[in-house]
Design a protein around this ligand. Sequence first.
Ligand SMILES: [Zn+2]
Length: 73
Amino acid sequence: MRFLGVSVHYSNMKHICDHDLERYHLGMVKDESELAPLEEHLLACPKCAERADESADYVDAIRAAIITGNFDL
Ligand SMILES: [Zn+2]
């Protein structure tokens, strides 16, 4: 069995999941032990940084909908 070209740089941490990206954008990640490696990974990993941007757009769209009252619960 061969390794599938996984970069050693990120081997100590999995990619950030969408849920954590949303929590990060909302400022819900307050624990330094979680926040520090998360920010470090975002700086080192263009893929996750890009997904963080998309997640931010998504969260902002929902927020805007809530504020303008178009969020039909
Ligand atoms: Zn990543």
